[in-house]
Design a protein around this ligand. Structure first.
Ligand SMILES: [Fe+2]
Length: 191
């Protein structure tokens, strides 16, 4: 069933410094800077200026950034669970980028075996985790919801929470969710 959503056009994030960001995404990762929008410059010349940059991936989609010097933003080293960006690469390229990152003294975690994908984890100059991930042979089967019970697992989780009185507006930190299900790690391991 087609959703009519063709794919990711761009995903946009704040950046500290557009040039430092370009050095990571273009010089290190190899994504060409495709467009730079100078926003807020008017004929009177007295408006705030923001810079919006776009880096193109092989499928035509973009990673985009806003540098907005007058608009406060708290940069921090993000935890993977809170936000990360996963870019698909061939396995050989992932290994080459791991070697390149380590040679440059950059943060690089992995290779992590998640079963359907293998991944390494880098960090960009803005604190965002950038995952480079390679599909394994079982990928397409693993993400087939007619086989893997994705909806059943979500429903079991939600039922347990609701029965414990935890509604959708509850912020994280309330405690454990004990669904009684066998817990399987992201690499398929039994926990
Ligand atoms: Fe990921």
């Amino acid at each position: 069933m087609a959703s009519n959503i063709r794919g990711l056009h761009h995903t946009a994030f704040r950046c500290r410094d557009s040039e430092a960001t370009r050095q990571f995404y273009e010089d290190f990762l190899g994504l060409p800077l495709a467009e730079t929008l100078e926003i807020g410059i008017t004929k009177t010349g007295d408006q705030s200026q923001y810079l919006h940059t776009f880096y193109q991936m092989d499928d035509g989609s973009f990673m985009a950034f806003f540098e907005a010097p007058e608009m406060p933003f708290s940069f921090k080293d993000q935890h993977d669970f809170d936000m990360h960006i996963a870019l698909e690469v061939p396995h050989d390229h992932m290994m080459a980028m791991k070697a390149k990152a380590e040679a440059a003294g950059m943060e690089c975690r992995g290779v992590s075996d998640h079963g359907f994908i293998h991944s390494i984890y880098l960090r960009d100059p803005n604190g965002y985790v950038v995952e480079l991930t390679s599909k394994t042979d079982i990928h397409d089967e693993a993400v087939d919801p007619t086989i893997n019970g994705a909806r059943d697992k979500l429903d079991r989780w939600t039922k347990t929470k609701r029965e414990a009185g935890v509604g959708p507006d509850q912020d994280p930190g309330f405690g454990r969710v004990e669904t009684g299900a066998e817990v399987i790690g992201t690499a398929g391991e039994r926990l």
